[in-house]
Design a protein around this ligand. Structure first.
Ligand SMILES: [Zn+2]
Ligand SMILES: [Zn+2]
Length: 258
């Protein structure tokens, strides 16, 4: 008789063989393409993105603005006073610290598009895991993850909130602390100042949000462009008494230092 561990090893090996066989059949019969680059998927059971695309996502490398996460010119790195980018020094954001897996570009941009606009919700898990791995310092010591809410009408239209899907996979309890009170015009194509006006007063705290007094929390969203949405959310949370608001996004549109 085989002992239980040996039996489970045999089972795992059998399932592995089955998965490889299934990958072989699916890649020939369906010939599915990678949702980011279009290349033929050799292992379709591993998800809709090829291994090369996942590997090509580069992290944002230091020195980064300690507040918004934008790259800083290297020569400023040792100067304690200059560890914030010019934008954050001009107007201090309500977000205390922000990080992302990488720049909103290339494969990462294509993967987020597939999640958001093609309804590939299975991508939230590997993206959320990558956020957890690459930005562990932002999550350390935080009480919960708060997804940036969609307005009810947009959520109905899309069928899901990608930020809520991502928040479930970063390894923190999820708290629906915010509600979007009004539908805002899409931020795409708006300049930074217009974006801030567009989202002002768009968010409010839920009962759960008002119960987060003195907590450290992490806002979760798919992309940070100018940071206007995250900042509007952070202001609401701070007014509700939250001690520290950090932000973690899958990607960040980067302003390069000049
Ligand atoms: Zn690919
Ligand atoms: Zn900054």
């Amino acid at each position: 008789m085989t002992d239980p561990p040996a039996r489970s090893r045999t089972l795992a090996a059998a399932l592995g063989t089955l998965q490889s066989a299934l990958d072989g059949v699916l890649s020939v019969v369906l010939a599915p393409g990678c949702a980011a680059c279009g290349a033929l998927l050799e292992q379709p059971t591993r998800g809709p993105i090829c291994a090369d695309c996942w590997r090509s996502i580069l992290p944002l490398t230091p020195p980064l603005c300690r507040r918004c996460g934008d790259p800083l010119p290297a020569w400023r790195a040792s100067d304690a006073l200059a560890q914030e980018c010019p934008r954050c020094r001009r107007k201090r954001p309500a977000i205390d610290r922000a990080r992302a897996i990488g720049e909103y570009d290339g494969a990462l941009r294509a993967i987020i598009h597939a999640l958001k606009y093609e309804g590939r919700r299975s991508l939230a898990r590997p993206l959320g895991r990558l956020m957890q791995q690459r930005c562990a310092d932002i999550l350390a010591g935080a009480a919960c993850a708060i997804p940036v809410p969609l307005h009810a009408s947009r959520r109905r239209h899309r069928g899901f909130n990608q930020a809520a899907d991502l928040a479930r996979h970063v390894g923190l309890p999820v708290c629906a602390a915010l509600v979007r009170r009004r539908a805002t015009a899409t931020q795409t194509g708006l300049a930074a100042a217009q974006r801030h006006r567009n989202v002002r007063d768009a968010f409010g705290p839920t009962r759960a949000g008002r119960a987060l007094r003195s907590a450290i929390v992490v806002l979760i969203d798919d992309v940070s462009t100018t940071g206007a949405t995250l900042d509007a959310c952070a202001r609401v949370l701070k007014e509700a008494g939250v001690a520290e608001v950090r932000a973690l996004t899958a990607a960040k549109a980067v302003t390069r230092p000049r």
